[in-house]
Write a protein that binds this ligand. Sequence first.
Ligand SMILES: Cc1cc2nc3c(=O)[nH]c(=O)nc-3n(C[C@H](O)[C@H](O)[C@H](O)COP(=O)(O)OP(=O)(O)OC[C@H]3O[C@@H](n4cnc5c(N)ncnc54)[C@H](O)[C@@H]3O)c2cc1C
Length: 355
Amino acid sequence: MGVEVIVCGIGPAGRAVAHRALAAGRDVTVIDPRPDRVWTPTYAAWVDELPGWLDAGVVAAAIDEPTAWAVREHRIDRTYQVFDTAALQSSLTLHGATVIADRAVEVNTRSVRTAGGLTRTGQVVDARGLARSPRRAEQTAYGVVVDRTGLEPTLFMDWRADNGADPDEPPSFLYAIPLSPDTVLFEETCLAGRPALAPDVLRRRLEHRLRVRGIALTGAEPVERVRFPVQGGMPGRGRFGAAGGLTHPATGYSVAAALAAADTVVAGGAVWTPSARAVAALRRAGLRAVLALPPREVPVFFETFFGLPAHLQRCYLSGLDDLGGTLAAMGALFADLPPNLRRTVVTSVVGAARR
Ligand SMILES: Cc1cc2nc3c(=O)[nH]c(=O)nc-3n(C[C@H](O)[C@H](O)[C@H](O)COP(=O)(O)OP(=O)(O)OC[C@H]3O[C@@H](n4cnc5c(N)ncnc54)[C@H](O)[C@@H]3O)c2cc1C
C-alpha cells in the first residue's frame, strides 16, 4: 500500500491526485472544508495536454483548429476540448478514500493538522488553491450562455476592436466555445491585470460586441463569472495545482497540467525539474511583458504570437519542462515583434530583474 497519501483541497488538482493515488492502490485521505462542492466553471484544455487515463466521457465538445483573431484571423492547428465539468468531477472518483470535511491549518510535507484538531501523517499534497491578493495579477471574465443560432466559430481569443472599449483602455478579448450542440458560451475576458477589469466593464463590452455582431441577448441567459489569480503559486513543500505554481501565466490554465502531472506526484517524482523551473520563470517574464504593453499594442503582440508555427505556440502554451522549445518560441516571437514592442518587452523583463 505504501505511505498514505493525504490531499488537502479537492479542486481539480487535488482530486486528480487523490483519484490516481486510489487507482495505484494507495490509502488516501482527502481534507477539504467543502468536499461535496459541485464544480461549476467551464473548463477547457488542449487535447494533446491530457493524460491517456482520463475518461472519454468528460468531453462536452472537441474543436479542431479553433480560431484566434488578433489583427488577422488565424486557425490554430490543434484540437481544443471543452470539458463537461460535472462529468470531469464525477469521473475523478474518490471511492475508498477517507473524506474529512475540515480546513487544513498546518500543512507540512509529512503531516497535516486541521482546524478541528485532527492530525494525519503521510505523503502530503497541498492543493488548497490560491487566495486572491491585490499583489497578484488576476484573470477576470464575464460570460453568457446563448442558444446557438448557426455555426458560430470557436474563438480561442478574439481581440477585434468591436467591444466598445477605447483602444487606450485596458484590453479584453472574446472567448467563444460550444458547450453542447445547442449552446455556446460567449465570454469577454481580461487575460491578466493588476487590477484586472471589473465584471461590470466586461459585461458592458460583451453586450456591445454581441450587439454589433447581431447576437441578441434576452437578459435571461445563464451567466459565468471568472476571477482567479494567475500569479502567486510556488513549487515546493508538497504544493500542487494552482498552489504549486501550475497556473500558466499567459492563459490562466492549470487543470490540464494538474491532470497530466498527477501520476508523477503519486509516484513521488519531481514535477518541478530544473528545466520546468526555468520554463516557469520564462513564462512569468512573458506575463510581465504582456502586462507592460500599451493597450493598443496587445492585439499586435498576439498577432505575432499566433503567426508562429503551431509547434512553437504549443511549446509556449503547454507542457512544463520543454526548455529548448520554450526558448525557441520566445526567441521567434521576439524576432518577429515590431521594434517598438521589442523595446517594451526588453524594458519590462530587465526592469523586473533589477527590482
Ligand atoms: C469560471 C472559471 C473558468 C475557468 N476556466 C478554466 C479553463 O478553461 N481551464 C483551466 O485550466 N482553468 C480554468 N480556470 C481556472 C481553474 O479554475 C483553476 O486553475 C483551478 O481550479 C485550480 O485548481 P486547484 O485544484 O489547484 O485549486 P482550486 O480549484 O482553487 O481548489 C482548491 C481546493 O482547496 C480547498 N481548500 C481551500 N482551503 C483549504 C484548506 N485550508 N484546507 C483544505 N482544503 C482547502 C477548496 O475548498 C478547493 O476545493 C477557470 C476558473 C474559473 C473561475
